[in-house]
Design a protein around this ligand. Structure first.
Ligand code: NG1
Ligand code: ZN
Length: 531
């Protein structure tokens, strides 16, 4: 049973502030100075989760991704490197909101009995953090939480979020047929670099990619990675100042570039350049370039999904494999033109799911090869066991087929299948551009994005907004969806939807239409309905 004395002593060190917490799509995330008790209790949840799963390794990542330096957050990683199982989000929320030590203990007991957790099972937890200065103290809070149930733990120090997902999966599959790789950061670099070298072997090298690291963990970690990529990869890193924490994500990074549709600070583009931005924990990436007439062109998650799907479909064909189905998963924020391109030009099935990586990942597993990306640049490709078996048992009956098979195998290795990974996605895109000898402009020609606008509306109570149909329709407040539909009808190629954010206290309004002025007007009018 739980050592009450130790729980009380440790819990007293991490008093709960007068705030209500929610474990949402981004885990717990807020101002770092409110997180001490939350992270202490997250340690308890991680230990319970591990015990529930018979001692499997659970990951804990301390990061606030693309948010400002003063924020921080925490997310749990399940054994195969996926996001925490949905039903446990409510337990994390409940435990974080217990008011007293007694209530903390009570809730632990509720979980133990309702989930039939055997407390005598071992608990194994691994953790890492991004470069935020608040991370160090929060790690101590986490360690105190892990002590409560006597969890065995390993501190992996500063990591990108996807590296922690990779490590968690490797640790849980070590010495099994599903082994995912060597469970070290070096093992991660070696696996990706080796696969990348196979993919670009013999192809003329492209010009260096200019890489904005948002002054976050991606900078030191990508530099480490370069020791393994060596000559195979040419990069010019900008925004790599992690010493001055106030610069983290400031006017830089994938979120800034995607939202503002402009280049980050510290990056002077010329029309020859191919640029990419990571976010603050390196799980998102967007590309961009400048047209001859100096207009900024964004290649976001939708463009990456289109490129990846196109390439994989071609490779599967070239390999002479005909029993592998490729599908793409998007959210309602995917540009309408991307969905058209996937459906009508590539002829791939496209599913639309609710916001949040866990929904995309889950849906993507339904295909043999599932490509999923959020428009903001978070995504990856997952290969089913059947697809992998086919790829590894096919040899190809001509040199061309054999080469396509080799590429498919290496592709399944270069891609981080546990979660969207900016390093791995960068290598994926660079592979395709190198194999095709494409400029970003040629890539961009697959389709033209419809003009779009995303606005935040601050409302009194965002919980009154209830959606259905993968968040594309409102059922509450009553009548609002009819009013939206009536306006959208008046716009050429018009599409708009309204949903409450899962990570911020706002309602988001998305609009797209045939032209920029029409899009702006549509967004303005729908925003007016919500306000
Ligand atoms: P919310 O705040 O629920 O819209 C945002 C992003 C998601 C996802 C999560 C998790 C948009 C419109 N929404 O969710 O795509 O990345 O954060 O970080 O970009
Ligand atoms: Zn992120």
């Amino acid at each position: 049973s739980v050592n009450v004395l130790s729980l009380n002593t440790l819990s007293d060190l991490h008093p709960k502030p007068d705030t209500t917490f929610t474990y949402g799509t981004a885990g717990f995330r807020m101002k770092a100075d409110l997180l001490d008790s939350v992270i202490f209790r997250t340690g308890i949840i991680a230990a319970l989760r591990s015990k529930k799963l018979g001692g499997k390794v659970i990951g804990v990542m301390i990061t606030a991704s693309h948010n400002p330096a003063a924020d921080n957050g925490v997310k749990l990683v399940d054994p195969m490197g996926e996001m925490l199982e949905g039903s446990w989000e409510a337990h994390a929320t409940a435990l974080s909101n217990a008011q007293t030590n007694e209530q903390v203990l009570d809730y632990i007991h509720v979980m133990v009995s309702s989930l039939k957790i055997d407390l005598t099972n071992p608990a194994n937890v691994v953790y890492g953090r991004d470069t935020r200065p608040s991370g160090e103290a929060l790690v101590s809070a986490l360690e105190d939480g892990l002590k409560v149930l006597g969890a065995q733990s390993t501190d992996y120090g500063i990591l990108t979020t996807p590296q922690l997902h990779y490590l968690t999966r490797c640790l849980n599959t070590v010495n099994t047929p599903e082994s995912y790789g060597e469970p070290t950061v070096e093992g991660y670099y070696k696996k990706l670099a080796a696969a990348y070298k196979v993919l670009v072997e013999g192809k003329p090298k492209l010009s260096p990619v200019i890489l904005d690291c948002a002054n976050g963990v991606g900078a030191p970690k990508f530099k480490e990675f370069m020791n393994f990529l060596g000559d195979s990869f040419a990069v010019k890193i900008v925004n790599d100042d992690i010493e001055n924490s106030s610069k983290l994500n400031l006017n830089s990074g994938a979120d800034f570039v995607k939202t503002g549709q402009r280049a980050p600070v510290g990056l002077k583009m010329t029309p020859q350049d191919r640029c990419a931005s990571f976010d603050g924990d390196a799980d998102r990436i967007v590309y961009y370039y400048m047209d001859e007439d100096n207009t900024f062109k964004l290649l976001d998650g939708d463009k990456i999904a289109g490129l990846a799907a196109m390439f994989i479909i071609d490779l599967v064909k070239a390999a002479g494999i005909d029993n592998i189905s490729v599908g793409v998963v998007q959210t309602a924020y995917a540009n309408g033109a991307s969905t058209q391109y996937l459906r009508n030009t590539l002829n791939v099935p496209v599913s639309c799911v609710s916001t949040g990586v866990k929904h995309l990942h889950h849906e993507a597993l339904k295909y043999d090869v599932g490509v999923y990306f959020e428009a903001n640049g978070h995504g990856t490709v997952v290969f089913s066991p059947t697809a992998l078996k086919t790829i590894y048992s096919t040899e190809g009956s001509s040199p061309a087929q054999a080469s396509a098979v080799r590429s498919l195998r290496a592709l399944s290795e270069v891609i981080n299948q546990t979660v969207g990974d900016a390093f791995s996605d960068l290598l994926l895109v660079e592979t395709i551009l190198t194999q095709r000898q494409w400029t970003p402009k040629i890539w961009d020609q697959a389709y033209s994005d419809l003009p779009n606008r995303l606005v935040k509306v601050v409302v009194k109570e965002r919980s009154i907004f209830k959606t259905v149909d993968a968040e594309r329709k409102l059922v509450e407040p009553a009548g609002l969806q009819d009013a939206i539909d009536a306006i959208v009808l008046k716009f050429r190629d018009g599409r708009s939807f309204v949903r409450p954010s899962g990570t911020e206290d706002v309602v988001r309004v998305y609009a797209e239409a045939a032209t920029r002025p029409e899009t702006d007007e549509l967004a303005f009018r729908i925003g007016g309905l919500v306000f």
